[in-house]
Ligand binder design. Structure first.
Ligand code: NAP
Length: 331
């Protein structure tokens, strides 16, 4: 089969590799339909240990972590309900030496890296979704367990931001979304999101008042840099800023030492695959089951920018859209 593989110099190239035919125990074989290229697919190619614990390549060095396809065979121990179903996959939910990455015609992954999609949705619309949905889900589990009762989302107009909006609402957890444009604010409001603030001049005054009122002491930060520098002084007491994304690039965060003292402020990272929800197999399976019941919410879908064939991977990796829509590889 055709597959996009990682070279020793960490470039990508199309190769022919053996098609898997007999699934390993606990694994499913998936005829792939589509794979969105997420930020992680680019970051981890360049920096395998960007989230601390480097992901190993599979035996054929096939790349790709997010996608959708149809389960064509299931190994021993896989629940019967998976066979024949369309699934959304996020490969990094389970590390297994038997895995075969998703940018190929037939992948092999542990069944607990797949979410069964309802028959009435178009699978392709979820080809980049599971990583973002699971990140938001695991984050909410973690902050709730840590005693937080509300959240501020810095990348309000991102896929992770949308997923968090839908899940926070279903938990009735107060959430404030920061966005860069009026258009992004209107789009979220149209979807029923209540607290959306545009990060224009003076927005921190509004944020300070609202966050004190709602008790939003957890910050889900996908941006970093200047935005975190600006919001830190107005966060409520006992806030924790969880850094999970780097949309703001390499700009430094600057926070006065006194603020840490005055507000008992904490800054730490959040990584979905280091979360309890993902690391504990039973919790992961429970979370996937719960998400199955709500996944047909349009806030969880992937914004598709442009579709590419596997042999156009270079163009697909270089693709950038103005509105955050993603390149998608079709199999
Ligand atoms: N740690 C984890 O477990 C984990 C998991 C998933 C993703 N991530 C990371 O999380 C980040 C977000 O991923 P995603 O897939 O959700 O993003 P995405 O859907 O690609 O988000 C793109 C949108 O974010 C907004 N944005 C871009 N740069 C921004 C900036 N500097 N400030 C504010 N907003 C900005 C833009 O909207 P506007 O132009 O309208 O502002 C853009 O349309 C990435 O860095 C990704 O690697 C981490």
């Amino acid at each position: 089969m055709k597959a996009i593989c990682v070279t020793p110099g960490r470039e990508l190239e199309v190769r022919d590799v053996p098609t898997p035919t007999a699934p390993a125990p606990g694994h499913v074989l998936i005829d792939m339909d589509a794979s969105a290229i997420n930020h992680g697919d680019k970051t981890f190619l360049r920096m395998p240990a960007a989230a601390g614990n480097a992901l190993a390549l599979d035996r054929h060095n096939v790349w790709g972590a997010s996608g959708t396809g149809t389960v064509v065979a299931a190994g021993a121990g896989v629940p019967a309900e998976y066979t024949g179903k369309q699934v959304a996959i996020y490969r990094s939910l389970g590390r297994s030496p038997e895995s075969i990455g998703l940018w190929c015609e037939r992948a092999q992954v542990p069944y607990s890296t797949c979410l069964i999609l309802p028959d009435h949705v178009r699978a392709r619309d979820y080809c980049g979704s599971l990583v973002n949905v699971m990140t938001a889900c695991a984050f909410l589990e973690e902050i709730t367990a840590a005693g937080h009762r509300g959240v501020i989302v810095t990348a309000g107009n991102s896929a992770t931001g949308y997923a968090l909006a839908a899940l926070a609402r279903s938990r009735k957890l107060p959430a404030i979304f920061l966005v860069r444009t009026e258009g992004a604010r209107e789009a979220l409001c149209r979807l029923g999101v209540e607290h959306v603030i545009v990060t224009s001049e003076g927005f921190t005054d509004t944020l300070g008042v609202l966050s004190a009122e709602l008790g939003t002491t957890a910050v889900f930060d996908g941006v970093g840099g200047d935005l975190v520098t600006r919001i830190a002084p107005v966060l409520p007491m006992n806030s924790t800023i969880y850094l999970y994304g780097l949309l703001g690039g390499a700009v430094a965060v600057s926070i006065q030492s006194a603020l840490f003292m005055m507000k008992n402020l904490t800054v730490r990272r959040f990584s979905n695959f280091e979360s309890q929800t993902v690391k504990d197999h039973d919790k992961l399976v429970t979370a996937l089951k719960a998400l199955e019941g709500v996944i047909d919410n349009r806030m969880f879908t992937t914004r598709i920018g442009k579709e590419f064939r596997l042999d156009q991977v270079e163009l697909a990796m270089a693709y950038e859209s103005l509105d955050g829509a993603k390149a998608v590889l079709l199999t």
